[in-house]
Design a binder for this molecule. Structure first.
Ligand SMILES: Cc1ncc(COP(=O)(O)O)c(C=O)c1O
Length: 438
């Protein structure tokens, strides 16, 4: 008698997903989660993974950190939602106080909360416009600021993010981001001077600086390929902003909360942004993002001009307070640096072995390697990158790519990862590189 074909739970769910969920909602891997803890994840068919993706850079403290789970549980027993606009609650205020104290700058600050990074970016721009009375916004190539209309307007990767979705918001002006590996003027030193000159030129040919409300910048690009700008870039940009009365908005949605070996990446450059946008790792897996900034700027919008039904949900605020406690108690800033050194040592060794690894770069645990067809032309090796990711998954490693050319393998692992899991994950990545090159 013929045996009925056994359909795995994954196959069944993939079929249901294809029928029920639009293809535009992308998936980095064809797997469904069953359980996750720390830096490990198990799928519905019992396959185990080391997680170097951290739920897309959200899980600095790992999956289901006990302190976070406990904080959520305790909050759950009191109230779930009141809406901050209807009945206020302490966790919102307490978290605002914590972020005001944590954000760089010894000036009075205030914080508001949103549900997503994109929404926080939108609000930062609203606040900057209200505070300056100016309309234009300057942003960068290789930027990613989210999928809402203004976030998308600031974003600088056409396919798949922007294709077919215009028209975009007006008064957005874009200049080159300093990209040392692909510096357009091809010199060996810092590309900061070139980029600052390009902005000055933009003020002559594109937009009057007196009309520019804000510059929105990622201190290290996230979705844009983990590009680490030269160390003099952010200070030079901050000085330029000061010269023209333009507000500096740092988007630290991906770089924030210890990942780069500082609580915020701007600290490496000693820069104090007027507005700081955070999200992702802030609430350890619950949807929460924030805009923190100078009090007088944050208070510019009229009463009722800011907010939303769910922004700063009590569960998310309670989780975030626990996350900030864990980052401090488990010394995750120092841990990010140690992890980064370990990863970069591997990346550098692999770069010597594999000619396709054109560039390795990183800051703290935010490390990436850029794959190219050959080191002369630097043509992006998109297919090879995809092959490495597939081979990694087959070996039990969840890891992501990024970059405008889809050729940067990036590490966004939980900073609480154990040394053995870090080593195992790096071993799997090495095997995947070998097999993808074979
Ligand atoms: C730098 C940056 N800004 C904004 C966003 C958008 O955040 P969200 O997906 O929570 O809307 C992201 C998401 O990847 C990001 O990396």
């Amino acid at each position: 008698m013929m045996q009925p074909r056994v359909i795995s739970r994954t196959d069944d769910l993939l079929t249901r997903r294809a029928t029920a969920v639009p293809r535009g909602v992308f998936n980095a891997a064809p797997i469904f989660a069953e359980w996750a803890e720390g830096a490990r994840l198990r799928d519905v068919d019992g396959r185990e993974y080391i997680d170097f993706s951290g739920g897309l850079g959200v899980l600095a403290v790992g999956h289901r950190h006990p302190a976070v789970v406990d904080a959520i549980r305790r909050q759950l027993e009191r109230y779930l939602h009141t809406c901050f606009h209807v009945a206020m609650y302490e966790p919102y205020v307490a978290l605002a106080e914590r972020l005001n104290a944590l954000a760089p700058g010894r000036f009075p600050k205030k914080t508001m909360f949103t549900n997503s990074g994109a929404e926080a970016v939108e609000n930062a721009v609203k606040i900057a416009r209200a505070a300056t009375g100016r309309k234009a916004v300057l942003c960068f190539e290789h930027a990613f600021h989210g999928r809402t209309l203004f976030g998308l307007s600031l974003t600088s990767k056409v396919a798949p993010y922007k294709s077919g979705f215009g028209p975009f918001a007006p008064e957005v002006y874009r200049v080159a981001y300093p990209y040392p590996y692909r510096c357009v003027i091809g010199h060996a030193g810092s590309c900061t001077g070139h980029v600052i000159a390009a902005i000055e030129e933009a003020f002559r040919v594109l937009v009057d600086p007196a009309d520019v409300a804000a510059v929105v910048v990622e201190p290290v690009t996230g979705e844009g390929g983990f590009i680490v700008p030269p160390s003099d870039f952010l200070p030079a940009l901050a000085a330029l902003c000061r010269r023209y009365g333009i507000l500096l908005i740092a988007d630290e949605v991906q770089t924030g909360f210890a990942r780069t070996g500082r609580i915020f990446a701007v600290e490496h450059a000693g820069v104090e942004p007027d507005l700081l946008v955070t999200g992702k790792s802030l609430a350890g897996g619950l949807p929460l993002a924030a805009v923190t900034g100078r009090s007088e700027i944050m208070d510019a919008p009229q009463i009722g001009g800011l907010g939303g039904t769910y922004g700063g949900n009590p569960l998310a605020c309670a989780a975030a307070l626990a996350v900030l406690g864990v980052i401090e108690e488990q010394a995750l800033v120092a841990r990010a640096r140690a992890i980064g050194e370990e990863i970069m040592a591997h990346f550098r060794a692999w770069q010597e072995r594999f000619p396709s690894i054109g560039d390795v770069r990183g800051i703290g645990a935010m490390c990436g390697m850029e794959l190219v067809e050959d080191r002369q032309s630097k043509a992006p090796a998109r297919a090879l990158t995809a092959a490495v990711l597939t081979a990694s998954l087959e070996r039990g490693l969840l890891i992501l790519k990024s970059g405008v050319y889809d050729n940067v393998i990036r590490v966004l692992l939980p900073l609480i990862i154990s040394d053995p899991d870090l080593d195992r994950g790096l071993g799997m990545l090495e095997d995947a590189l070998i097999s993808a090159h074979a």
